[in-house]
Ligand binder design. Structure first.
Ligand SMILES: Cc1cc2nc3c(=O)[nH]c(=O)nc-3n(C[C@H](O)[C@H](O)[C@H](O)COP(=O)(O)OP(=O)(O)OC[C@H]3O[C@@H](n4cnc5c(N)ncnc54)[C@H](O)[C@@H]3O)c2cc1C
Length: 388
C-alpha cells in the first residue's frame, strides 16, 4: 500500500484523537492506530480527573466538541471534579463525531525509507506515510525506583498496572509518592478496605487555589482555562509556543515549579485522618519476606507489608519507544531524551512530530495534560496542510 500524502498518527488518546480531528476537517488523508483512550480505560473506575472542567476538553476545529458541547448534547451539567466514566463517555462521543475511523492495531516498527516513512503493524501489514505523529502517551515512561526493579509484580508494581483494587481488601499496603496519582490510589485502596500507608520523600502538599475561591469573577485573571501551574506561571504555560521561546533555564525552572507533586483539595478529606501519611522519608531497600515484603526506610524504621504500590510518576524518554528504528532514532535530536522541536511540533527529522509528554522539553508542562491538545493539534494540522 503506498499513500504518499498520508499522515499516520500513532496513538488514539486525547492527543492522537485531537490531531486526527483537525486533519479530518482539512480533508488531509490520515490513518490513526491504537486503542481509543486505552490508558484512561485502565484507570480505576472510581477515579476523578485532577483537571478542572475548563481544562479537560479534547481539541476539534473552532472549539467544537468541547465538554460544554457534550454536556449540552446529553442534558448533563458541569462536574467538579469530573468523574472518570463521564470523561470517558465524553471522549467516546468526541471520537464518534470526529474520528470514526480508528484502526486499533499497534504499530510495531517505524523507520524511514527515502523521503517517506514505513510502519510495520502488529498484524503484518506495512503502511507508507509522508508524515508521522507519535502520540503514544506516557505508559512506557512509568518510573520504577531502583529498589523495586527486581521485585516480582506479585509484590510491587507501578500504580498504572491496577484497574481493580478490590483484591487488596484486608491487605496491608504502602503507596510510594505524593502526587495526585499516589494520593488518589491511596484513597481508593483505603476505600476498598486495605490498610494503607503513604510513604513520600517530601512533604504532602495540597493544591491551594485561594485566589480562585476568593476573587469572584476576577478569578479568570488569575487562572487561564488550561489551569496548569501556579498563578503567574500558569499564563505562560497556557501558551506553549510562547513558552518554547523562553531560554532553556527559564523553561526548566518553570517546569520544575509547575509539576511539583501535590494532591487536589477535593481529595484531602479522603486522605487526611484516614490514611497513615509518612512524609520526608524514602524506602532504601525492599526485600521479599514470607508472602510479602520488608521495606527499610531512610529514618531507620521498617515496614512489613503485603504489597507495594509505586505512585512514582513518569519520566518521558524517547528511547523507551521501542518501535522507533535505531537509525531513525539517531536522527532525532534530543535534550535528555526529549525531542527538540520547531514551532509546529516537528522534530529534527522532517515530517516526524511528537505530542504529549515527549513535547514537554520544548513546549512545557501543558504537554502532560489534555489541555495541551489544542496547540499541538492546530499547529501540526496547519503545518501538514502547508507542506503537502
Ligand atoms: C492516574 C492519572 C491521572 C491523570 N489525570 C489527568 C487529568 O486529570 N488531566 C489531564 O489532563 N491529564 C491527566 N493525566 C495525564 C494523562 O495521562 C495525559 O494527559 C493524557 O493521557 C495524554 O494523552 P496522550 O494522547 O498523549 O496519551 P494516552 O492517553 O496515553 O494515549 C496513548 C495512545 O497510544 C496508543 N499506543 C501506544 N502504543 C502504541 C503503538 N505502538 N501503536 C499504536 N498505538 C499505540 C494507545 O493505545 C493509546 O491510544 C493523568 C495521568 C495519570 C497516570
Amino acid at each position: 500500500m503506498k499513500q504518499n500524502d498520508t499522515t499516520v498518527i500513532i496513538g488514539a488518546g486525547p492527543y492522537g484523537l485531537s490531531v486526527a480531528a483537525h486533519l479530518r476537517s482539512k480533508n488531509r488523508p490520515y490513518y490513526i492506530f491504537g486503542k481509543p483512550m486505552e490508558f484512561w480505560q485502565k484507570m480505576p473506575e472510581k477515579m476523578y480527573l485532577k483537571s478542572f472542567w475548563s481544562a479537560a476538553s479534547l481539541s476539534a476545529p473552532h472549539g467544537k466538541y468541547s465538554l460544554n458541547h457534550y454536556a449540552a448534547a446529553t442534558g448533563t451539567h458541569e462536574q467538579t471534579p469530573i468523574p472518570l466514566p463521564y470523561f470517558l463517555n465524553y471522549c467516546s462521543w468526541f471520537q464518534k463525531k470526529n474520528v470514526p475511523d480508528i484502526d486499533s492495531t499497534y504499530v510495531q516498527a517505524l523507520r524511514r525509507s527515502d523521503k517517506t516513512f514505513q510502519l510495520d503493524l502488529e498484524d503484518g501489514r506495512t503502511i507508507e506515510a509522508a508524515h508521522v505523529v507519535v502520540a503514544t502517551g506516557i505508559a512506557p515512561f512509568a518510573h520504577i525506583p531502583e529498589y523495586a526493579r527486581d521485585l516480582p509484580e506479585s509484590l510491587a508494581s507501578h500504580t498504572q498496572a491496577h484497574t481493580d483494587l478490590t483484591p487488596f481488601k484486608g491487605c496491608n499496603v504502602a503507596v510510594v509518592g505524593r502526587g495526585q496519582s499516589a494520593l488518589e490510589y491511596a484513597a481508593l485502596l483505603h476505600e476498598a478496605g486495605a490498610d494503607v500507608e503513604v510513604i513520600a520523600r517530601g512533604p504532602i502538599i495540597w493544591i491551594d487555589r485561594k485566589l480562585y475561591e476568593r476573587t469572584g469573577p476576577a478569578k479568570h485573571i488569575f487562572y487561564p482555562p488550561s489551569d496548569v501551574g501556579p498563578p503567574g506561571l500558569n499564563w505562560i504555560i497556557a501558551f506553549p509556543r510562547v513558552f518554547s521561546r523562553l531560554p532553556d533555564k527559564a523553561r526548566y525552572d518553570i517546569d520544575r515549579r509547575a509539576v511539583r507533586p501535590a494532591g487536589a483539595q477535593w481529595l484531602r478529606p479522603r486522605v487526611e485522618g484516614k490514611i497513615r501519611l509518612t512524609p520526608d522519608v524514602e524506602i532504601v531497600k525492599a526485600t521479599p519476606q514470607g508472602q510479602g515484603l520488608c521495606c527499610e526506610l531512610s529514618d531507620g524504621t521498617k515496614r512489613e507489608i503485603d504489597y507495594l504500590f509505586l505512585g512514582t510518576g513518569y519520566q518521558a524518554h524517547i528511547d523507551r519507544l521501542g518501535f522507533i528504528d535505531p537509525e531513525l532514532r539517531k536522527d532525532v535530536q534530543v535534550n535528555d531524551g526529549q525531542p527538540l522541536q520547531n514551532s509546529s511540533f516537528e522534530s529534527s527529522v522532517p515530517h516526524l512530530y511528537f505530542v504529549g509528554a515527549l513535547a514537554g522539553y520544548t513546549f512545557g508542562p501543558i504537554c502532560r495534560f489534555v489541555a495541551g491538545t489544542n496547540a499541538a493539534a492546530h499547529q501540526i494540522a496547519r503545518h501538514i496542510e502547508q507542506t503537502a
